[in-house]
Design a protein around this ligand. Structure first.
Ligand SMILES: [Zn+2]
Ligand SMILES: [Zn+2]
Length: 249
């Protein structure tokens, strides 16, 4: 399995002041190409990387916040070649498609080759990949999920850390990709901090940690320094994300 990060920015300021790229990440396993959390710029970055969106088999959305979903509609249009081809399978929270806050344009539903609504513990197969919605996160009132991909990669998306995660996320995976938005823990902000990442790592014991989704606070500290600190405190190799980073899982 191969991960390509389109960007490494997270939250409002680092993303929307354009300090780093956003756009989520791609997973490639055999001939399956999946896009997770296609935030702003995803379509442009795919083109820069010469990745044809028509090859996308599925799009997975952890939650509807704009830094994770801004290019969802564009990618569906591009991957279905404007309706000429069968588009991707969309795996997303219910609120992305139904209800007042829906973000998927209704006329694009027919471009999809399938639609799966996320539920805690549910599994979805895309080619050789088995995607599991491991646990629902508390994240500012928006339905948000964390994922396991074939129990080799876990994606700990945005949210407030909860002890129950330590029982739910699989242990000993090859890579723990974690949205490490803040350096310091903040009581009223439902995002992960470095302290949370260290707790997760010590309990889940992944082989490697990939930190991403950086706020300005992390970027000011230096993402390399933050990764080094996590590595020293956990004894686990920790890689700081970079825009367009490629990693073999
Ligand atoms: Zn986010
Ligand atoms: Zn969010």
């Amino acid at each position: 399995m191969e991960i390509t990060l389109l960007g490494c920015a997270g939250g409002r300021f680092a993303v929307f002041r354009g300090v780093r790229r956003a756009g989520g990440f791609l997973l490639r396993e055999g001939d399956s190409l999946i896009h997770i959390d296609p935030g702003p710029g995803a379509f442009v970055y795919l083109n820069q990387l010469k990745i044809d969106p028509r090859n996308l088999k599925a799009i997975v959305l952890s939650h509807i916040h704009l830094d994770h979903s801004a290019d969802l509609n564009t990618l569906i249009e591009a991957s279905s070649d404007g309706g000429k081809l069968r588009g991707p399978l969309l795996i997303c929270p219910r609120g992305a498609v139904f209800g007042r806050d829906r973000i998927l344009l209704p006329y694009l539903v027919r471009r999809l080759s399938g639609l799966k609504i996320l539920g805690e513990g549910k599994e979805y197969r895309v080619g050789k990949l088995l995607i599991r919605a491991v646990v629902k996160h508390k994240h500012h009132g928006v339905e948000t999920f964390g994922f396991s991909f074939s129990d080799e990669l876990i994606y700990i998306s945005c949210g407030k850390f909860e002890e129950s995660w330590l029982e739910k996320y699989p242990k000993g995976v090859k890579v723990m990709l974690v949205n490490t938005t803040f350096y310091k823990k903040r009581k009223y902000i439902e995002h992960l901090s470095v302290e949370d990442v260290i707790t997760l790592a010590k309990n889940l014991k992944p082989k490697r940690i990939l930190i991403t989704h950086f706020s300005l606070e992390i970027l000011e500290k230096g993402e390399e320094n933050v990764a080094k600190e996590i590595e020293e405190k956990t004894g686990i190799e920790t890689i700081p994300a970079k825009d367009f980073l490629n990693l073999e899982v």
